[in-house]
Design a protein around this ligand. Structure first.
Ligand SMILES: Cc1ncc(COP(=O)(O)O)c(C=O)c1O
Length: 417
């Protein structure tokens, strides 16, 4: 296969930093193409988890002893790194969550229950992950609010004319859309979406689960009211993520979970909440995970988000070019590739699960199914797709392996001529 000149070739050396890539699957070298679900972790992140449990294992905030202070410091240092990495403005704060799902549930529950009333409109889009649909369905049902969905065009973009129409015609309270689609790779114009929402007096939540790992996210410039991130998709441990919001908004919101650490004072009758962000961080957190998320941020900063975005775009474009010769293949999403690094496809006559199973036997991990985006699948007219998602440790050799794997799929399923 002819090699393409591009930024991503210089990222080849990344592979050695990811010990999981040394694994053999059914005797074949692993090709991991499921980073949109969760990324692999570099050695520095794995070492950071081990170091925490080996040397600093203690609960945070409550201990006067050295190890507890060290644990608190590691936990809080990551918060500062994240604020810096995502350019969080001084009037903003980040609340640790287990990921985007918990962050959106927090907003839908704490903000939604207090602010939505009968007849209010919540705008979502037709390309949302279930975690940015179901929490809103629950709160809308409880409060009598109405959900409207920005349609997805045939080109896989959000129909912004419809969005503007909704804003004009409906009593919109909040708009919640993703920054990058986990199925199509579409990078949505979130700055404009937020601006239009604010003009109408509505709030805006941006689901950054797929953008945080792949592009430079400037929260101050986007100016959302809420921004959600999954740490485990950006090289961090599972069970880590955060919710960004303005301090003023967070101060006005009630806690989502309650118990230890989120209180200032408790009597038999009542409680006074701790200051933000601790008000929203009840109970023992994933301390080791957040400590190690700092190492993930360091790693990404070491490469640079511009390079990472270019890498994702080039690999997804190249993959589409190479795989297009497979008979009956159909792609969903942008032909020119996406910084999100995803390539979703179906092959005529092959069930996506069969594609995934045969590829697995070839040592290639892809995701198949509805990708937690069933309304989008319905819009695309398919029950499921196969999805290869590329990240910093992937290269052209992985595309070649995928191509050969798909040829095997065709052979096993007796497809093509
Ligand atoms: C766009 C999008 N939103 C939300 C989520 C949910 O993230 P998590 O499982 O980390 O809570 C995902 C996960 O795939 C996603 O791709």
């Amino acid at each position: 296969m002819k090699r393409t000149e591009g930024l991503y070739i210089s990222l080849d050396s990344c592979k050695k930093d990811f010990p999981t890539l040394k694994r053999k699957i059914y005797g074949k070298k692993l090709v991991y193409l499921d980073s949109a679900a969760t990324s692999l972790k570099p050695e520095t992140v794995i070492n950071s988890v081990t170091d925490f449990y080996t040397n600093h294992n203690a609960n945070i905030h409550r201990g006067v002893y050295l190890m507890s202070q060290e644990a608190t410091s590691l936990y809080e240092k990551t918060r500062e790194k994240l604020k810096n990495f995502f350019n969080v403005p001084p009037y903003g704060e980040i609340v640790y969550t287990s990921g985007t799902t918990e962050a959106i549930n927090l907003v839908a529950s704490s903000w939604g229950k207090a602010n939505l009333k009968k007849g209010d409109t919540v705008i979502l889009s037709g390309m949302e992950h279930h975690s940015n649909i179901v929490p809103w369905q629950l709160v809308a049902k409880e409060r009598g609010a109405v959900l409207k969905y920005i349609p997805v065009t045939d080109g896989g973009e959000l129909d912004l004319d419809e969005y503007i129409k909704f804003l004009k015609e409906e009593p919109v309270k909040i708009v919640a859309v993703n920054h990058i689609s986990n199925v199509l790779g579409t990078v949505n114009p979130v700055k404009d979406i937020v601006k239009l929402a604010h003009k109408k007096g509505a709030l805006a939540l941006i689901d950054g689960a797929q953008s945080a790992p792949h592009i430079s996210v400037d929260i101050k410039a986007i100016d959302p009211d809420f921004y959600t991130v999954s740490g485990h998709k950006m090289l961090g441990p599972t069970g880590t993520g955060f919710l960004y919001s303005r301090k003023q908004l967070l101060n006005a919101m009630s806690p989502y979970k309650s118990g230890g650490d989120m209180i200032e004072e408790v009597t038999l009758e009542s409680a006074i909440w701790n200051e933000i962000p601790y008000k929203f961080e009840a109970g023992t957190q994933n301390i080791a995970g957040f400590a190690a998320l700092g190492a993930a941020v360091d790693y990404l900063e070491g490469i640079g988000m511009e390079r990472i975005a270019g890498h994702g775009k080039l690999l997804s474009k190249k993959a589409r070019e190479v795989l297009s010769s497979i008979e009956g293949i159909k792609f969903y999403g942008r032909e020119e590739g996406s910084a999100g690094g995803v390539v979703s496809f179906t092959i005529k006559g092959a069930h996506p699960h069969d594609i995934g199973t045969i590829l697995d036997l070839e040592g290639i991990a892809v995701r198949t199914g509805h990708h937690c985006a069933q309304p989008l699948m319905a819009r695309l007219g398919v029950p499921a797709t196969a999805r290869a998602s590329f990240y910093i440790y992937n290269d052209e050799k992985d595309i070649e392996r995928l191509f050969n794997g798909l040829k095997k799929v065709m052979e096993v399923l007796k497809l093509g001529s």
